[in-house]
Design a binder for this molecule. Structure first.
Ligand code: UDP
Length: 404
């Protein structure tokens, strides 16, 4: 009898990161898979499922506009519990640090089903930042029996908290598997305005922001900074695929709606977004996943947060924390635009987060955990290459960079 692994996801980044795992589990002769979408993000999740061709076996449909975190989590508790009871999985896999991951892990734990945590061990060390993600990821660590750490420093965080070494596998981050998959497809842009921007060949500043901790004043400050940058560097294009959250939209749109070289788009399907990432010259973002993807594409990232749980690319020099202070964002971005050697120092083509083979390590670790297989060797990050002497081209082909 194959062992049944239930994968639960609910937001865009979770769907992107579990998709390669679901595919790898489907190929296992000793495991079967069942997928559950909580629907925490509604439309953005649909986009990702479409790209990867995943139709969830169960959809808990918990989304409601403006609901509190507690309303969201309580719905996940009550709607996931009967699904776990009926499916009787041998393990429940959750990803990352969302309310979906934390609630699903507790539901499985209470049902005495082993919990497997994908992307385990990320920490900022500050329980309030990012909120609520840092708390969610720590909660999952408390109940998980198998911790799939993307990097050796994530493993070190878990060891420091007393998690047994034998229960940790270092797999690399599955987002790089997803990126390799979509980068090879070279998808067409559906929005004609985006095609037009790419067609101009102008240098491109790509901006994304949505973090809950910035809702009070950070988002508006970032939007003001982007406005100033767009005016100062009129020969650049700025593209901002905007999160659906109305708080985010309300803070950002008034600042940026009237500028000719700024294009605000709907959230992009994953393939289109990664194409834009590959074509841009600089990234401003508060996203976690983009901090992992951009270094492999040779793109410098200025992170619109005060903390990060992803120190590897900061150490490698590709990612810099700039926070949400308007002046600092303008200053740091301007330096990268105008100073070729500052730009060159930030660009590296090695990715400390993965090699595109994380999902097969995850599958092997799961098979070993369930007593029906053996683990693969841990992922070891490449040693960072020395910074190139001249500014890197803005047209690095993702497939070329990632091929090695
Ligand atoms: N992404 C996407 N379309 C967009 C913006 C981002 O597909 O318009 C992808 C991006 O490549 C990354 C993920 O969404 O893999 C990041 O999601 P998000 O920023 O929502 O969450 P986080 O990574 O911060 O948890």
């Amino acid at each position: 009898m194959p062992h049944k692994v239930m994968t639960v996801y609910g937001t865009r980044p979770e769907a992107i990161k579990v998709a390669p795992v679901v595919r790898a589990l489907e190929e296992s002769p000793v495991l079967t898979t069942v997928t559950v979408s909580t629907g925490q993000h509604r439309e953005m999740l649909g986009q990702v499922q479409h790209v990867f061709g995943i139709v969830p076996d169960h959809d808990l449909d918990v989304f409601a506009a403006g609901q509190t975190l507690n309303a969201l989590m309580s719905k996940i508790f009550t709607r996931l519990d009967p699904v776990v009871a009926a499916e009787r999985p041998d393990a429940v896999l959750v990803q990352g640090d969302t309310s979906t991951a934390a609630a699903a892990a507790i539901v499985a734990f209470n049902r005495q089903v082993p919990v497997v945590h994908l992307e385990a061990g990320l920490r900022t060390g500050d329980i309030g930042s990012p909120f609520p993600e840092e708390a969610n990821r720590r909660l999952v660590s408390q109940v998980a029996g198998l911790h799939l750490a993307p990097t050796s420093s994530a493993k070190a965080n878990l060891l420091l908290e007393g998690i047994a070494a034998a229960s940790i596998a270092v797999t690399g981050n599955t987002v790089i598997d997803a990126l390799v998959h979509t980068a090879s497809q070279n998808v067409a842009m559906t929005d004609p305005a985006l095609n037009e921007v790419l067609g101009t060949g102008r240098p491109l500043l790509l901006v994304t922001m949505h973090r809950r901790e910035s809702w009070d004043s950070g988002l508006a400050a970032v939007a003001r900074a982007v406005r100033r940058l767009a005016k100062q560097f009129g020969d650049w294009s700025v593209v901002l695929p905007l999160h659906r959250n109305p708080v985010v939209r309300g803070a950002v749109l008034p600042q940026l709606a009237d500028l000719p070289n700024v294009l605000v788009t709907e959230p992009l399907p994953y393939g289109e977004f990664t194409r834009l990432l590959a074509a841009c010259r600089i990234v401003l973002t508060d996203s976690g996943g983009i901090q992992e993807e951009a270094p492999g594409l040779g793109k410098p990232v200025l992170v619109l947060r005060d903390t990060t749980e992803r120190p590897e690319a900061v150490q490698a020099g590709t990612v810099r924390l700039v926070g949400t202070d308007e002046e600092r964002i303008v200053e740091e971005t301007s330096r990268l635009v105008t100073d070729g050697s500052a730009y060159a120092r930030m660009v590296g083509a090695e990715n400390p987060y993965g090699d595109g083979r994380a999902a097969r390590r995850v599958r092997a670790a799961l098979e070993a955990h369930l007593g029906v297989g053996a683990r693969l060797p841990d992922f070891a990050a490449p040693v960072p290459a020395p910074a190139p002497a001249a500014p890197a081209s803005s047209a690095i082909a993702p497939a070329d960079v990632l091929a090695g």
